[in-house]
Design a protein around this ligand. Structure first.
Ligand SMILES: [Zn+2]
Length: 462
């Protein structure tokens, strides 16, 4: 099947151009000025009139947790509903996780196969990061195996010792050594465990365990300390690393310090650290705004926006981890509650709506949400660009369309929206994934299992 997209403002090679696009089967066959297409070429194509709206490469949500099993609970979104919501938000690729902590009896490769099986209903394409919570010679050998299968990034935690996620310092060194050899990009959940455990004891002793204290327990200082430690480690190792979900001004300052000293440290933040703040935790429904790291202050929001506009922060992804209101409501104690909020569907609309006021133009937004993550996670130019021969992952984005972000308009099975108080201007209307029109002017016509696992290549950071 072929599709001809005309009258669009296309973000192409870091500028906005009036180009038409011819898609044949799964790929972009031709992208050129309108005059260079003749009748015969587009004869049998389905014609999509973009009517002057933006035509963009599909967004990449580089940090999702669909079908996450945590503390005897399972997230509301599985790979089908999560990726369906993502598609409505203009996301055509997501990157999820293979969790070795839940799968200790299996090799990494077996866990990977299991994860791919769980993801078989995905609506859009995906790639995978490998979580590493322990290290030995066996893991080193298995990392080689999964790299051959197209996994080129790992995820480590500098916190959650009691939960079994913390990778101890001596192991961290060994793991980074192997990942440098294999050119596997380490991505890091950066919070200093010692600071947090000390705070936990202190706050527990004072009976201050409510969710409103969460930001005081998991402090910005703990984030900054962990960022600094990772920076120092990669300096010794001579390799790059990527900080996941940077949440605070102090964390950003630590990142900038490391970058200014020449360390190859890159970072992602999320929409919730840009537009929500800790005052939400004081509300009656504060449990709906509980995640880790916690929400900070408005000043932290502003600081992270500046981190994006001055390019210290490279990517915005969501950390989508959707539980239902009922699942979240089990208590108001920050030690019991399930952390995480939905996000994939609102990623682009939120960054566009608020980012436009902060000085991000449409090209910057495409860079942060599509091109940069594609490069960093080894998917470029197949994903994250509109070029001849690449996957036809294309969205039409209407910058004038206003939409309240209420859950009745959303597709996550969380069935609540942390952004229900917000009405955005600008929303994607059409989503094409590998030449398949999944959403056409807001109407879903995709199908289960269209999404495929995409083997990642080496990260551009190596
Ligand atoms: Zn996460």
């Amino acid at each position: 099947m072929s599709i001809y997209i005309k009258n669009g403002k296309v973000v192409y090679d870091s500028s906005v151009k009036n180009l038409n696009i011819l898609v044949e089967d799964e790929h972009i066959k031709k992208i050129d000025i309108p005059e260079n297409f003749d009748e015969a070429e587009i004869n049998d194509s389905k014609i999509i009139d973009a009517e002057g709206r933006y035509v963009l490469p599909g967004m990449i949500d580089a940090h999702t947790h669909y079908l996450l099993k945590s503390r005897n609970a399972v997230t509301a979104d599985d790979f089908y509903s999560g990726s369906l919501a993502a598609a409505f938000g203009g996301v055509t690729t997501f990157i999820d996780y293979i969790d070795d902590q839940h799968d200790r009896d299996n090799t990494l490769k077996e866990s990977m196969e299991n994860r791919k099986d769980e993801a078989r209903d995905a609506v859009v394409d995906y790639s995978l990061h490998q979580v590493i919570t322990h290290f030995d010679d066996e893991i080193a050998r298995e990392l080689r195996e999964i790299k051959e299968q197209g996994v080129n990034s790992i995820k480590i935690f500098t916190t959650y010792r009691k939960e079994g996620y913390l990778l101890e310092k001596e192991n961290l060194y060994e793991l980074f050594k192997i990942s440098k050899q294999l050119e596997l990009l380490p991505t890091v959940h950066a919070e200093d465990n010692e600071i947090i455990e000390n705070n936990e004891e202190k706050y527990k002793a004072q009976d201050k365990t409510g969710i409103e204290y969460h930001p005081d327990i998991r402090t910005d200082k703990s984030e900054a300390e962990a960022v600094k430690n990772i920076g120092e480690l990669i300096d010794i190792m001579g390799m790059p690393a990527y900080i996941a979900h940077l949440s605070s001004k102090l964390g950003l300052q630590a990142l900038k310090q490391q970058q200014s000293e020449g360390r190859d440290l890159y970072a992602e933040t999320t929409p919730h650290y840009l537009v929500l703040n800790r005052e939400f935790l004081e509300r009656e429904d504060g449990y709906l705004y509980f995640m880790t790291p916690p929400l900070r202050t408005k000043e932290d929001n502003e600081s992270l926006w500046r981190g994006l506009t001055d390019d210290h922060v490279d990517v915005v992804a969501t950390d989508h981890c959707a539980f239902t209101e009922a699942q979240k409501k089990i208590g108001d104690d920050s030690f019991d509650i399930l952390p995480g909020i939905p996000g994939s569907e609102t990623l682009l609309p939120l960054v566009h709506h608020f980012g436009s006021e902060k000085g991000l133009d449409i090209v910057d937004i495409v860079n942060k949400l599509s091109k940069n993550p594609a490069k960093i996670f080894g998917l470029y130019p197949r994903k994250g660009s509109l070029k001849e021969g690449t996957d036809a992952d294309i969205i039409i984005f209407d910058p004038e369309l206003t939409r309240p972000l209420d859950s009745i308009f959303m597709h996550s099975m969380a069935e609540y929206s942390p952004y229900k108080h917000i009405e955005v201007k600008g929303f994607p209307v059409t989503t094409i994934s590998r030449g398949e029109i999944l959403i056409n002017e807001g109407a879903y016509r995709g199908f289960r299992g269209h999404g495929q696992f995409i083997e990642a290549e080496k990260s551009s950071l190596f």
